[in-house]
Design a protein around this ligand. Structure first.
Ligand SMILES: Nc1nc2c(ncn2[C@@H]2O[C@H](COP(=O)(O)OP(=O)(O)OP(=O)(O)O)[C@@H](O)[C@H]2O)c(=O)[nH]1
Ligand SMILES: [Mg+2]
Length: 268
């Protein structure tokens, strides 16, 4: 039997054997996700991804998601839960999760929503993509991607938001607002996470922008985004307005940084 046959027999269904990455972490921010979290964790571990660990970042969900997550750690020692005092926004939750993942020595950091809008079966494809690029983005707006069961208003808001972000920031990524991504850890380590323009959803746009600006390679992987399985959306008009205001601020911050780096010292 030749080596190729052997590799076919031993290849797992998700083809993760020939992996270059060693220690992937998945960060799941949660706020009132009691109807989803347990099932999601089971689905993720069902993928049998080697050396995977999971970080759930819960902002003291009133529905008891944090306590459910704690129970999951008994069954799955690879699950870690960060309990935060109060709801502070998606961006802040991500950053807390990133720091924990750094401490634990993760070399790939994947983020996803808790509500099954992000299909766990795509996780291996995102991990695989980071063998060639530094950031793999699960994208609804490239060929093969899309949204399912979203009403017209939601589709318009998402499209408009992406159009606005792409044009204000001048980047070509089609889906800047998706939270289903896999970063090489060194990308996030190189970004100044202490001084992000926003602590909310718009951090997704900011992280994608800064990754491109820093010269890292980005690839979009098609995903089909479906309506949440259970629970309520946290998306609101407030989030939309926050994004609208903060995107120009992200660009301005970058220009200011370039300008001050170029400014000669007084004594020169
Ligand atoms: N820890 C934490 N998690 C949050 C916060 N806001 C949202 N989340 C989680 O972030 C993920 C994305 O939030 P969603 O409410 O699903 O937002 P969305 O996907 O834009 O909207 P829907 O799909 O319509 O619900 C989910 O897992 C939420 O539970 C927050 O302030 N703190
Ligand atoms: Mg969602």
């Amino acid at each position: 039997m030749n080596l190729r046959c052997l590799s076919i027999i031993f290849e797992t269904p998700v083809n993760i054997e020939k992996r270059e990455y060693m220690k992937p972490a998945i960060i799941i921010p949660t706020y009132n996700e009691r109807g989803n979290i347990e099932q999601l964790v089971a689905r993720i571990f069902g993928l049998s991804i080697p050396d995977l660990f999971l970080i759930i970042v819960d902002d003291n969900s009133p529905d008891g998601t944090g306590a459910i997550a704690d129970k999951l750690t008994v069954k799955h020692p690879e699950v870690f839960v960060l309990h935060r005092q109060k709801k502070e926004g998606l961006g802040k939750a991500y950053v807390a999760g990133f720091r924990k993942a750094f401490k634990m020595g993760a070399d790939r950091i994947l983020t996803m929503d808790a509500d099954f809008s992000h299909d766990p079966n795509i996780i291996p494809a995102l991990l695989r993509a980071t063998q060639d690029v530094d950031l793999a983005i699960g994208s609804r707006y490239i060929a093969g991607g899309g949204t399912k069961n979203w009403n017209l208003a939601r589709r318009l808001i998402s499209r408009l938001g992406n159009f606005y972000a792409r044009n204000v920031l001048g980047v070509s990524i089609r889906d800047m607002t998706t939270g289903f991504r896999c970063y090489r850890a060194n990308v996030l380590q190189s970004l100044d996470l202490d001084h992000l323009a926003s602590g909310g959803y718009v951090v997704l746009v900011e992280l994608a922008y800064k990754t491109v600006q820093a010269g890292f390679r980005v690839q979009e992987v098609p995903i089909l985004f479906t309506e949440r399985k259970s629970g309520d959306s946290k998306f609101s008009l407030h989030i939309f307005i926050e994004a609208y205001k903060n995107i120009p601020k992200i660009r301005y911050q970058r220009q200011k940084a370039i300008f001050s780096a170029r400014k000669p010292e007084k004594n020169d």
